[in-house]
Design a protein around this ligand. Structure first.
Ligand SMILES: [Zn+2]
Length: 158
């Protein structure tokens, strides 16, 4: 990343991925490293304003890591006010699968039948993931997302 830009952001006090919030960064448990190559095609990854993806800035923290090969169409957002990726770079089918997995899973805790923490502990166990810290839908591939839907649906039928 460009040092001039980082120095400018720090001097102006403006929060950007080059001048992230220390407290927000400290709050992210199990941060993934900043991606440098695309896991889907091997091309370089760049940090972009998500305006380049959506046509207008989207959200409070409008940044994304994006694959330089636009045909690959892989990207991922960042934890707000940090430079930490929310997950691994996802292509369109993976983004769709993660969206579906989240809509299946989130009602478990949004309904307040259990806390968010309890819901993730349950999901990790159901998925056979040893550490709940490794259980993030943003890290999952399509097959794992399909398993999320399967275990949540099975639970809902009980
Ligand atoms: Zn790619």
């Amino acid at each position: 990343m460009c040092d001039m830009k980082s120095a400018f952001d720090a001097a102006s006090g403006k929060k950007t991925p080059w001048n992230p919030s220390r407290t927000a960064t400290a709050r992210v448990t199990n941060p993934l490293p900043v991606p440098t190559t695309c896991p889907n095609c091997g091309a370089a990854v760049g940090l972009v304003n998500n305006e380049e993806i959506y046509g207008m800035p989207y959200g409070d923290w409008p940044w994304a890591y994006r694959c330089a090969d636009l045909a690959c169409n892989s990207y991922v957002g960042l934890h707000p006010f940090t430079s930490i990726p929310l997950g691994t770079l996802a292509d369109a089918p993976t983004r769709e699968a993660r969206k579906k997995a989240k809509s299946a899973f989130n009602p478990l805790w949004q309904s307040r039948r259990m806390s968010r923490k309890e819901a993730y502990a349950w999901l990790a166990k159901a998925m056979g993931i040893k550490s709940v810290g490794d259980c993030h839908i943003g890290w999952f591939d399509i097959a794992m997302c399909e398993r999320v839907m399967k275990v949540v649906n099975a639970r809902n039928k009980k």
